[in-house]
Structures are given as structure tokens and as C-alpha cells.
Design a protein around this ligand. Structure first.
Ligand code: 9MJ
Length: 677
């Protein structure tokens, strides 16, 4: 077949791009594009080479597994090649893999009982560890699969890697393979410190692991929080290992090597898929980053029968999770105005499937962040969506910036109401100065007022509020209580039935609590917790309205800034007017007696963290009790915490308390402490 010139050109361009990205990734430790994009380039090249085999050259990036070692380290020949894995990107590709395996093994169709070991796919750096006579004599990277780098000096600094094997019966020569990785917590802590010291941060935990292993000075590697899970063996001499992969891993563990505890023997493609879904659901809670699951035919005789294709085994496949980083193009940058006037730049994106959902917007947080990342309209950017967190712009691909783009500036006037945009000294956030004159701030204030933790008006959606604000029917929260079903039914997307429902929800929301009411008012700096403290402390709204800044300061959690914000809110006649109208409309709550906060007693000044489920009281009740006895409740455990009170199903907070040596109280002990107050 003759090769069209355009194809030859495309092939050359793909090879050049892949080489460029290999260099950025392996040599500079500074990848420019997300893995998903790299995989796509590689797949395009593979597809073209398959179609035109005469174009495959020995130096094509498809012809090797990893990348050649860099010269700073000695090289190591892997006598048993270090394999790479084929990928499956969907359940169909997994079923197809299972079909190929069963067909080659001449098993009956479907073969639902064929056993696989399923293991999380760690996202780190593959290494080989050589033990002779039970002593660690060499550590190496995978390199290109046949030649790796000698990183013994760095490997020896990783505490999870035994320098001597324990137990009995290990082969005289045992080469173990595994993945060195940086757990999420270590990665976050490392980056936080690097940021504080003005040093370079790691883009992701995998990059962190690979970069750390290739330090020339092992003292630097030793400072990095690295860990390992082993997942296979290479050279084995002078000893015999079990004949099932799962049993080999158990044996390695007996000898002091760490295998991933999440591994499991499963049956058939269905069993693989169930494991994939289970781990996928728990992925965010795992202490390390994974990018998929690996299935390996468990029986080594069957593995031998299946053999290899080029450098990947036919008996294993990596089933990848949807990529968490993708490329897309910025179609616009807009400024949104929030409830307190905060102006937030938001990137409008060409829709892209990332982290399992389609994303078309990403916040850029504030103007400094936007300038730091220098995101411009027309830019190609990397977008990341991990777990349930909001999508984030990782950075701009500088080489793909079109000509003629301009840096984005903070608008001088509010894009919604035209009032001046101001930025207080030292504040990252710029704000619209229009207050409730600004329709955006009004709409956001109303959305907050009806939200679940505030008055909890069911079925009162954002679109409805925006319409009511745009046609000036609703100016303040008090106007909500004058709405009728017949006028709501006239609005877009509202039928008679839904209008009725909304009016009913508004009616139902009138009976509330003082804490919810205070929170709903949207006083700056008064979140849910502060609203609850104020309600508990003062008992009645009028006590709060009449409280001086000094009185307010005696409430747990209220500092000078918050006290000032509360005072100025109630001093504003417009706000008092809205409050009176709300009460006239029938918004009410049970009043309680003011709770004086204890000035002496065992809880005064003590800092508590609550975790797990208590059987005798809710968390809010426990919190109120602690506060009324002069204690403080915070959300996270640190050295400053005095007690962690734990109930049923307590998780990481309890563990953290134990590791920091912070006092812990079970429910009974907590009650005993309260009884002594
Ligand atoms: C990772 N990365 O977690 C393998 N891997 O097996 C696991 N990698 C592997 N197995 C053979 N769990 C080649 C690579």
C-alpha cells in the first residue's frame, strides 16, 4: 500500500509531539499535558502504524515500554523484562479481554469461574528490588523494561522496604517488583511546605514518587514520605514460590514485603467489574492515589499458557478509571457576583468529560489566582476533577496559546449592577460595592435564605429566584412571604401544581429555629456554627439585636471582626425593617433562656473535636453542651486539640488523635466529664 504524504506527515508530527512530552515528563519532571492526552497521542500513532506497518521505525515511541534511563545513574539489566500492562478503558474492553483469555485457554464460553487477582492500580513509580540471601542488594527503576537505573541508594531510604527479609523459606535470589508511591497526605503536606518555602511543588503524587526516586542525594529521598506495595516477582533462584499469583503475594507479605491489602481473588469478568466498582466508590477514601484496577489471571500455569504480546502479558490488564485530568479550551472568562458581593472569575469551557462527568465551567477563585495562572480566552488548559471536588484549572498549555490573546483584567464596575468594584488592602477578594442595590447580590442572598441549612424552603430553585429578582417582584427575603400561587404560575417553567407546592413550602418554612434564622440573614462571617453559638448564648433575637460588641465577644467563636459585622448588620435600618417584616409575616421560632457560659469548670477553654455517631445525643447537642460549659468545638484534630470525643464509626480523626497523643473520650467518659461540671 502506498502511503499518502499527509499520513506520513501526521505520523512524523505525532512522533515529534510524543518525544517532546516524553522529555518533559521523564527528563525535566515537568509534564505539560495530562496523561489522557498523552495516551491519546500514543493511540493515534499506534493506529496509524497498524494501518501502515511499513512506517514503523525502530526509534518510534511505540517501540518501547517506558523511557530510556538518564545517564546520572548506573544502569541495571532486567534479566526478566519488567512488563507494562495493556489498558481497558471501559467494561466492554474488560469483557473483550476476558473473552480473549478464555478463548486462548480453551475454556467454555464466558468461563465465569476463571479466577483473577484484582489489585488497585497504584499511581507511582515501578521499581525492582533484588534480595540475595534475604538482603536487599539492589533497587532499580523500570526504565524501558530491559534497562533501568540503579537507584539502590535511594531505595534503601524508604522505610517500608525491608533491608532484610524476615521469616523462612525465601529463595536465595528473589527479585520483587512493585510500585513506590507517595500517599495523599504526605503529598499534600510536602506541597504545602514547598509552597510556604517558595519551592517547586509536585504536579501529582506519581510525579512526586518518580521525582523523589531520582534524586542524586539520598538524603533528599529520605525526606520524602514514600511507601511501596509489591505486586510481582522477577528473577527467582534457589527456592520455589507458590503456583498462584495471590499466594505469591501472601508469601511476599510473610517475608516482610508490603502487598496492597485491597487485593482480592475474584471470579470471571463479572467479579472483576464488581471489584472495580467497589474500589471506585472507595477511591477518595484510600490513603493513596490509584488510577484503576489490575486484573491478573491467578493460576501461573494459565499465565504461562497465555504468554505475552510484545512487552505486555496476555494474562493481565489495567482497567482505568475515567481520567481526572483532561484538556479543553477556554471559551470565555466571566465574573460572577456572590451574596456578599465577592467577584469570582469563572472560566467557560468547551464541554469536556473528566473525572466521570461533563464539565463546562471552572472557578478561578479570585483575580490573583487568575493572574498567577494567566488563563486567557482561547487558551488550551488542563482541567482536573478529582472525586467530588469542584473542577479546577491546573494550568495553561503555553505552547498551544493562539496569537493575539490578552491577559484578563479585573472589571472596574460590577458586571451586573455597574457599581464600583473595590478591593480592600490585603484582601484577595474584590467586591461589588452595590450591596442590595445589586440584583446579583440580592438573588444570591435570597438563594442563601431559602437554602437547606437556612429556612429550607423546598422547591425554591435558583431559576425561580432569578426571575423574581429580575422582574423586581422580590427585593428582600420578606417579599417571599407575599407571593401567591397564581402569580408564580405565570412564570417560566412553573405550572399551577408546582406554584402551589412552592407556596406551601414557603408557609412550612415559617416555623424555624433562631439559629437557622440568624444563619439565613446572611450576615458576613456568620456561618452555621456561629449562628448556633449566638442562638444558644442569647436565647432571644432581641438580646442579640441589643448586644454590644463587647457582649458579642463573650460568645464562643466570636472574635472582633465577627462582632463588628454582627453589630453593623443590625445597625442598618434596612436590615431591621426586613427582620420586622419577616416576623410580621409569621416567621417564628421557640425562644429559649439565655445560656450563660461557664467561667469555671473542667471544660473552660478546652478544645474539643467530635467524631462518629454518639448514641445519647446529636452532635449539635454535644456541641452546645461543650460550649455552654465554656469549651470550644473545632472541626479538625491538631496538637491544640484537648479531647477527641468519639462515637460509633469514628474514622480518621480518632486515628489522628491517637497518633498525635491527643486525649480521647468515648461517650461514657464524655458524659462523666460533663457530670463533673
Ligand atoms: C500497579 N501499578 O499497581 C502491576 N500494578 O503487574 C499492579 N502494576 C503490574 N500490578 C505486571 N498492581 C506489570 C505491572
Amino acid at each position: 500500500m502506498t502511503v499518502p504524504a499527509a499520513i506520513a506527515k501526521e505520523l512524523d508530527s505525532l512522533k515529534d509531539q510524543i518525544r517532546h512530552h516524553n522529555y518533559r515528563y521523564h527528563v525535566l519532571d515537568d509534564p505539560e499535558i495530562p496523561d489522557a492526552e498523552y495516551d491519546r497521542l500514543m493511540r493515534q500513532l499506534q493506529a496509524l502504524e497498524q494501518q501502515y506497518p511499513q512506517l514503523v521505525t525502530a526509534d518510534s515511541p511505540t517501540q518501547r515500554v517506558g523511557d530510556a534511563p538518564i545517564s546520572a545513574f548506573g544502569t541495571v539489566q532486567h534479566q526478566v523484562p519488567m512488563l507494562s500492562l495493556d489498558n481497558a478503558f471501559s467494561s466492554e474492553e474488560l469483557f473483550e479481554f476476558h473473552r480473549r483469555v478464555t478463548e486462548r485457554l480453551e475454556l467454555e464460553e464466558g468461563a465465569s469461574s476463571l479466577r483473577y487477582t484484582a489489585e488497585p492500580k497504584l499511581d507511582g513509580a515501578a521499581v525492582s528490588l533484588l534480595y540475595e540471601g534475604g538482603k536487599l542488594v539492589r533497587g532499580a527503576t523500570r526504565g524501558d523494561g530491559s534497562t533501568g537505573e540503579d537507584i539502590t541508594h535511594n531505595i534503601r531510604t524508604i522505610e517500608a522496604i525491608p533491608l532484610s527479609l524476615i521469616g523462612k523459606g525465601y529463595p536465595a535470589v528473589l527479585e520483587v517488583r512493585g510500585e513506590v508511591f507517595m500517599p495523599k497526605a504526605g503529598f499534600e503536606a510536602y506541597n504545602a511546605k514547598a509552597r510556604a518555602d517558595g519551592q517547586k511543588t509536585f504536579v501529582n503524587p506519581r510525579n512526586a514518587a518518580a521525582g523523589s526516586l531520582r534524586q542524586l542525594d539520598p538524603r533528599l529521598t529520605a525526606e520524602r514520605p514514600l511507601d511501596i506495595y509489591v505486586y510481582s516477582v522477577g528473577r527467582v533462584e534457589g527456592g520455589i514460590l507458590p503456583d498462584h499469583h495471590s499466594e505469591i503475594l501472601d508469601r511476599l507479605q510473610d517475608w516482610g514485603l508490603k502487598a496492597c491489602p485491597e487485593r482480592k481473588v475474584v471470579e470471571g469478568a463479572e467479579g472483576c467489574l464488581a471489584f472495580y466498582e467497589d474500589i471506585g466508590a472507595r477511591r477518595d477514601a484510600l490513603k493513596y492515589e490509584i488510577d484503576g484496577v489490575v486484573y491478573k489471571v491467578d493460576d501461573l500455569r494459565q499465565q504461562r499458557e497465555l504468554g505475552f504480546v510484545s512487552r505486555a502479558p496476555r494474562w493481565a490488564i489495567a482497567h482505568k478509571f475515567p481520567a481526572q485530568e483532561e484538556l479543553t479550551v477556554v471559551e470565555g472568562i466571566e465574573f460572577q457576583v456572590g451574596r456578599t458581593g465577592a467577584i469570582t472569575p469563572v472560566a467557560r469551557l468547551e464541554p469536556v468529560f473528566v473525572g466521570g462527568v461533563t464539565v463546562s465551567n471552572a472557578t478561578l477563585h479570585n483575580i490573583d489566582e487568575l493572574h498567577r495562572k494567566d488563563v486567557r480566552v482561547g487558551d488550551t488548559i488542563t482541567i482536573r476533577r478529582a472525586g467530588d471536588v469542584i473542577p479546577e484549572v491546573v494550568g495553561v498549555i503555553a505552547s498551544r496559546r493562539p496569537k493575539g490573546t490578552r491577559p484578563v483584567q479585573l472589571p472596574k464596575d460590577c458586571p451586573v449592577c455597574g457599581s464600583a468594584v473595590v478591593r480592600e488592602d490585603g484582601e484577595a477578594v474584590a467586591r461589588c460595592s452595590g450591596g442590595l442595590f445589586c440584583a446579583a447580590q440580592r438573588a444570591e442572598a435570597l438563594k442563601h435564605f431559602v437554602s437547606r441549612k437556612a429556612l429550607d424552603v423546598e422547591g425554591f430553585g435558583a431559576k425561580l429566584i432569578e426571575q423574581l429578582v429580575a422582574n423586581n417582584r422580590v427585593k428582600t427575603a420578606a417579599d417571599l412571604f407575599t407571593l401567591t400561587a397564581s402569580e408564580l404560575a405565570e412564570l417560566d417553567r412553573m405550572g399551577e401544581k408546582s406554584a402551589e407546592n412552592v407556596v406551601q413550602s414557603i408557609e412550612a418554612s415559617k416555623g424555624t429555629t433562631l439559629a437557622r434564622f440568624l444563619y439565613a440573614l446572611g450576615i458576613r462571617e456568620v456561618g452555621e456554627a456561629t449562628a448556633l453559638s449566638l442562638a444558644t448564648h442569647f436565647g432571644k433575637l432581641e438580646n442579640i439585636i441589643l448586644a454590644s460588641e463587647e457582649d458579642l465577644l463573650s460568645v464562643a467563636d466570636v472574635g472582633p471582626v465577627v462582632a463588628l459585622r454582627i453589630r453593623s448588620f443590625f445597625d442598618e435600618p434596612h436590615n431591621s425593617d426586613v427582620i420586622s417584616r419577616l416576623i410580621e409575616a409569621g416567621v417564628s421560632w421557640p425562644e429559649t433562656e439565655p445560656q450563660s457560659v461557664a467561667k469555671v469548670g473542667p471544660l473552660v477553654g478546652k478544645v474539643f473535636v467530635l467524631t462518629g455517631t454518639l448514641s445519647g445525643m446529636t452532635r449539635d447537642e454535644a456541641k452546645q453542651l461543650i460550649q455552654s460549659h465554656g469549651g470550644k468545638v473545632t472541626g479538625s484534630v491538631s496538637k491544640k486539640t484537648d479531647y477527641v470525643v468519639f462515637g460509633d464509626k469514628a474514622g480518621s480523626k480518632l486515628k489522628k488523635a491517637q497518633s498525635l497523643g491527643v486525649g480521647t473520650l468515648n461517650e461514657e467518659e464524655f458524659e462523666a466529664l460533663l457530670a463533673g461540671c
